[in-house]
Write a protein that binds this ligand. Sequence first.
Ligand SMILES: CC(C)(COP(=O)(O)OP(=O)(O)OC[C@H]1O[C@@H](n2cnc3c(N)ncnc32)[C@H](O)[C@@H]1OP(=O)(O)O)[C@@H](O)C(=O)NCCC(=O)NCCS
Length: 171
Amino acid sequence: MRRLEALSRVHDRDGFDCGSEPLNRYLRETARQHAERGIARTFVLVDSDAGECRPILGYFSLTLCQVIPGKLPPEDARKLPDNIHGVLLGRLAVAKSVQGQGVGKMLLGAVLEKFMTIFEAAGGVGLFVDAKDEGAQRFYEGFGFVPMPSNPLQLFLPLKTIQAALRCRGG
Ligand SMILES: CC(C)(COP(=O)(O)OP(=O)(O)OC[C@H]1O[C@@H](n2cnc3c(N)ncnc32)[C@H](O)[C@@H]1OP(=O)(O)O)[C@@H](O)C(=O)NCCC(=O)NCCS
């Protein structure tokens, strides 16, 4: 059975390959340290029957981010004060061996649920992501992310879109 777990020593970080070396390297070399130091949290999708050294099918990392309202699309920036925050999807990647099978979509669903947990405890105007290229930008746009006016590789998923998506899933 596939299960989402917080990254730990039982996961096979070295064996993960999503086709992007910076994303592989982050998981291998940085993600655990960032979790220990409170910089970001990383969650991995694994086959829970796999025992020790579980192969990682995909992962994502989340952190909090400060939001400058003036950088948001104008309709989202209206009436927002200056000091606000959101959640940054710092990284999302799926192992090459299972790409194109809905794993990315499933991980994004899990990201939205994590967002809501944070939102219920501390607020947050939406989810932000830096797409690594135009292909990744299209992937995120397919889920309702809106490009920021100043840089289309930076995208934003407003709170109301997240709430509507979770309502549709019965969440
Ligand atoms: C981008 C990535 C996360 C997609 O994961 P995946 O498991 O292959 O995607 P899924 O099978 O869940 O696809 C979900 C939807 O996104 C679409 N999609 C997937 N990759 C896409 C791309 N590069 N461009 C546009 N759409 C894409 C699929 O067609 C599918 O649409 P549908 O639901 O209408 O059929 C994965 O290919 C990956 O890890 N790539 C390397 C790292 C990367 O680019 N990360 C992005 C963060 S910067």
